[in-house]
Design a protein around this ligand. Structure first.
Ligand code: GRF
Length: 215
């Protein structure tokens, strides 16, 4: 059983996908704690409904980034978390957290990185008139959406798409892809290789690219 800590800032639909997969036995993991930087995040309601402890860590109480991350580290360590998932967590992390959890922090981003990093990737995707969109699960480093890629799922951009329609199509794949990568983590299939600053991810025996041809 993999012990997870999930960090959220809002809606928490990726958290929900993880909770559902844990509950139906398709993901051999347990969410030990949910942390939100926003007291009104819907993710907190989802955690409560699933009986999972949650903590709000408000930046007003920890104005310095290192103190903030030290608090996150305390909570995650105390809860016995092995792998951390950023599920719509709108903050960058410092080495205070990254070092002790090296290669054990995942983020999901609603674009095919390195294209369209940062905010509102779905609108960036539409604005650029590309024909293939998607999502990426990657290991987290200090940058914004810059860490080594673990897996990607692509979806078409269809005629008539607006932001909501495209975002919904991508989101369905985010939910699938994050749960799939967590299964790989639970099975010990994800390895990293370091060559100086360069980090390469290997996933033993699994395809890491998916094409979802759905409306
Ligand atoms: C997702 O689109 C995720 O890729 C991005 O933020 C959104 C969070 O959605 N990083 P939710 O809170 O999981 O519903």
């Amino acid at each position: 059983m993999l012990s997870l800590g999930v960090l959220c800032s809002g809606r928490g639909s990726n958290l929900q996908a993880i909770l559902d997969a844990c509950a139906d036995g398709s993901l051999p993991a347990q969410v030990k704690v949910v942390i939100s930087n926003k007291p009104d995040a819907q993710a907190l309601t989802r955690a409560a409904a699933a009986g999972i402890p949650s903590v709000v860590v408000d930046k007003q109480d920890y104005p310095h980034r290192l103190d903030y991350d030290t608090r996150l580290l305390e909570i995650l360590t105390h809860a016995g978390v092995e792998v951390v998932v950023l599920a719509g967590f709108m903050r960058l992390l410092s080495p205070v957290l990254l070092d002790p959890f090296q290669d054990r922090i995942l983020n999901v981003h609603p674009a095919l990185l390195p294209s369209f990093a940062g905010l509102d990737a779905q609108q960036q995707t539409l604005d650029r008139r590309v024909t293939i969109a998607g999502c990426t699960v990657h290991l987290v480093d200090e940058g914004m959406d810059t860490g080594p890629i673990v897996a990607q799922a692509a979806v078409p951009v269809l005629p008539g798409d607006d932001r909501e329609r495209l975002a919904a199509r991508i989101l369905r794949q985010e939910h699938r892809l994050m749960v799939e990568v967590l299964r790989w983590m639970a099975a010990g299939l994800v390895r990293t290789e370091r060559d100086g600053q360069k980090v390469t991810v290997h996933v033993d025996g699994k395809p890491r690219a998916f094409w979802a041809d759905e409306p």
